[in-house]
Write a protein that binds this ligand. Structure first.
Ligand code: PFF
Length: 442
């Protein structure tokens, strides 16, 4: 007899876990810099439109595929009608695995900063740029990168904490951790927002984030916002499919998707509204986004603030929570697939994934930030497109509407099917073609 599939203990537990997956380093590390580059308020408006028109339908479809199949991510696609569709599931598992391989590095940096803020903040403050480069193992003069042991150790600890949570299982590990981590993250972000906005000079940054500067918007900006939205909502890496598979038939998927998208977008906006005004207040050169935005410039800002040491510690703790709750989801995708496919015990599956994950992540250590862009700009739209084609074009309207509406008090609006079938699929396709033609956008 098949063992009974794990389920979320409560609806709020599911929403917090799915929000935990969505709200991650993408929101706090990437979104503010991209929003700054893309014209502040203008980027935010474009991003909001994408989340509403495309992000929510994609999330809805992935959740429904997972719930309908009640299986690992690979078989979930197979259950859409043809065993051959399983390769789309395989693709998503591989994408999740690729993301984990760099995600644990950035998480490791964040953990290093938490430890530094707690024990030796003066070392970080003395030379924030030098500190970050040393952690990365980057030589700014020669442009070479070496592999510092500290970064590897901290990435390993970050991975270890994630594995511990996953081993505990869906309800007592993942759900319980997110129930604490997610509210804590929002509380911390709100405290930081109040602090950032009351700093002298912050108004300039706030204005930039609220008043659209359309002169900075190009076609690349829109594509980058699209990739960012897919990545941020955790679609295309099977993260949402697998969490959907633990969702019960009596819960409403449309309302869950709406709530998760809301939390995710709110977290990204809060992060941007903390980081950009705080940097303006600190007189930082905002034009230099990139990986250093949070690790170098924000540290400078904290350095100049009264109580900066505590604020810095709290901020990095908050990023740590966000990263952990996402990595838990990413690992769960591969762990669950392995458990099901090879009939392994959970601990054994976690151990196998951890060992392979460590090996892969050591290989890509030098290209972490670029990898993240490649994944969000090319790979996530491809995954979203494949899922969209199978769900909306192959599985068909009756199947889709019955599956989406199961457990929902009120059926989803008539807008949903055509919007998803045409607009979402066309946008994912366009993003792929344009990304390839433009030859790399950031
Ligand atoms: N949404 C996460 C972030 O913004 O950092 C990253 C992510 C998690 C992507 C899970 C894909 C996924 F399946």
């Amino acid at each position: 007899m098949e063992p009974k599939r794990a389920q979320w203990g409560s609806k709020i537990g599911f929403i917090l876990a799915a929000a935990g997956s969505a709200v991650g380093l993408g929101n706090i590390w990437k979104f503010p810099g991209k929003a700054y580059e893309g014209g502040g308020g203008a980027y935010i408006l474009i991003y909001l439109a994408i989340v509403l028109l495309i992000g929510i339908p994609v999330m809805l479809s992935e959740l429904t595929i997972g719930r309908g199949a009640q299986a690992n991510a690979i078989d979930s696609y197979g259950k859409l009608g043809h065993p051959g569709y399983k390769w789309v599931g395989w693709f998503g598992v591989i994408v999740a695995f690729i993301i984990t391989s760099y995600y644990c590095h950035v998480g490791g940096w964040v953990l290093r900063y938490v430890a530094s803020y707690a024990t030796e903040p003066t070392k970080v403050y003395a030379d924030p740029l030098g500190y970050f480069y040393a952690l990365l193992g980057y030589n700014a003069v020669t442009g070479e990168t070496w592999f510092p042991l500290t970064a590897v150790i901290f990435a390993g600890i970050f991975m270890g904490i994630t594995c511990f949570i996953i081993v505990k299982g869906v309800e007592s590990g993942i759900e319980r951790f997110n129930k604490i981590g997610m509210p804590a993250l929002f509380v911390i972000l709100i405290i930081l927002l109040i602090r950032a906005l009351t700093m002298p000079g912050a108004g300039e940054g706030l204005q930039y984030m609220l008043i659209p500067d359309w002169s900075k918007v190009t076609f690349s900006t829109v594509l980058s916002a699209l990739g960012q939205a897919f990545f941020s909502l955790s679609v295309a890496g099977n993260g949402t499919v697998i969490y959907g598979s633990y969702f019960s038939d009596d819960e409403s998927i449309p309302s869950a998707a709406r709530n998760v998208a809301l939390f995710d977008t709110l977290a990204a906006l809060l992060a941007a509204l903390v980081i950009i005004p705080a940097m303006a207040a600190g007189g930082a050169d905002l034009s230099d986004g990139g990986p250093g935005l949070m690790f170098i410039f924000l540290v400078n800002v904290f350095n100049g603030m009264p109580g900066g040491r505590v604020i810095g510690l709290v901020f990095f703790l908050c990023v740590l929570f966000a990263g952990l709750t996402s990595l838990v989801n990413l690992y769960e995708v591969s762990v669950e697939a392995l458990q099901d496919k090879l009939h392994l015990k959970r601990v054994a599956a976690v151990a196998v994934i951890a060992v392979i994950g460590t090996a892969v992540s050591l290989c890509i250590q030098a290209i972490v930030s670029d990898w993240m862009d490649v994944v969000s700009i090319y790979i996530c739209p491809l995954g979203a497109l494949l899922a969209g084609i199978l769900f909306f074009w192959v599985a068909g309207k009756d199947f889709v509407l019955a599956a989406v509406n199961k457990g929902a008090g009120k059926p989803i609006g008539a807008w949903f099917y055509p919007l998803s079938k045409y607009v979402y699929c066309a946008c994912a396709l366009l993003a792929l073609i344009a990304g390839a033609l433009l030859g790399g956008i950031g």
